[in-house]
Design a protein around this ligand. Structure first.
Ligand code: SF4
Length: 290
């Protein structure tokens, strides 16, 4: 039996930055007219990971840190789907870190959105991998996912938004979705998304964010120059936001879904794999193993 589950009202705290991300995703899907039945949201664990419950689309709540392998499997099984993996910094950059790096390397056409609030909000505000040394009693150095993404060949679309700037966040997600729909590869969008309950950074981040488009000479089409330009902004005490890197078409590696399944009609989810219709093919495979 197929059951249609309606979105439920959000359970987030009033003012949570994740509302801005939810609104941006909805706006982007509507702008690109992505059919509901072709959209899958894969959530992680944590406050932000429940985002699929608040949208009218297919949803999957993965294990902690495991949203990317699930999303990759879905896209490879059915390349016609628009797959959005959405979770938090604790989920993606701690227990999910290995999957993050390999998802960049595998380069499957899906959109990965990380709502970064520098804390574990759901478990009452512990320091996450992106927390600065000034956060509570944290003594560790914060992790920078943009620099990591830039250093792993594969990802052709890397961006950072801020939920305090919903217009830019929406534009970045729309472009990432377009990239996905054209099967160009993995698109990574981090969104600075303050946790108003345990780490209210709205004011601080409003003062510190700097759009790379306003930085003279910033070149988002060259990986090395983007890395250097980004680092210079960070070292000047600002937080870069905007389109950080988009590979020019001639330098963009072919996505794994495109190279494995150039014809989406031949994907496992869309072909008849019954014994009745494939007996000869299966026998050939068995004969090859004999
Ligand atoms: Fe958002 Fe923080 Fe509330 Fe979680 S605890 S819903 S991250 S404001």
């Amino acid at each position: 039996m197929v059951e249609h589950v309606k979105p439920i009202p959000s359970t987030w705290c009033p003012g949570c930055g994740d509302f801005g991300v939810l609104a941006a995703i909805k706006r982007s899907l509507a702008e690109l007219k992505v059919p509901t039945e072709e959209t899958v949201i894969v959530g992680g664990i944590g406050c932000s990971g429940g985002i699929h419950n608040f949208m009218d689309a297919y949803g999957f709540h993965s294990l902690h840190g495991r949203l990317l392998p699930n999303a990759i499997g879905m896209k490879l099984a059915n390349p016609r789907l628009t797959v959005i993996a959405a979770g938090g910094d604790g989920d993606g950059y701690a227990i999910g870190m290995g999957h993050f790096v390999h998802a960049l390397r595998k380069n499957v056409s899906l959109v990965y959105i990380v709502m970064n609030n520098e804390t574990y909000g759901l478990t009452k505000g512990q320091a996450s991998p992106t927390a600065p040394p000034t956060f509570r009693d944290n003594r560790e150095t914060p992790f920078d996912a943009i620099l990591t993404a830039l250093s792993v060949p594969g990802a052709g679309y890397i961006a950072r938004g801020f939920s305090g700037d919903p217009k830019m966040a929406s534009q970045l997600i729309t472009e990432a979705l377009r990239y996905n729909r054209e099967r160009k590869g993995f698109a990574f969008v981090e969104v600075l998304s303050p946790c108003v309950t345990y780490n209210d950074t709205y004011k601080l981040w409003r003062e510190k964010v700097l759009s790379v488009a306003d930085r003279p000479g910033f070149d988002f089409s060259d990986r090395g120059k983007a890395f250097q330009g980004y680092l210079e902004i960070v070292e000047s005490g600002r937080i870069p936001i905007g389109l950080i890197y988009r590979a020019p078409d001639e330098k963009r590696p072919v996505s794994l879904d495109q190279s494995l399944l150039p014809d989406p009609a031949q994907a496992p989810a869309t072909t008849d794999i019954s014994l009745e219709h494939n007996r000869a093919r299966y026998q050939k495979l068995l004969d090859a193993l004999a």
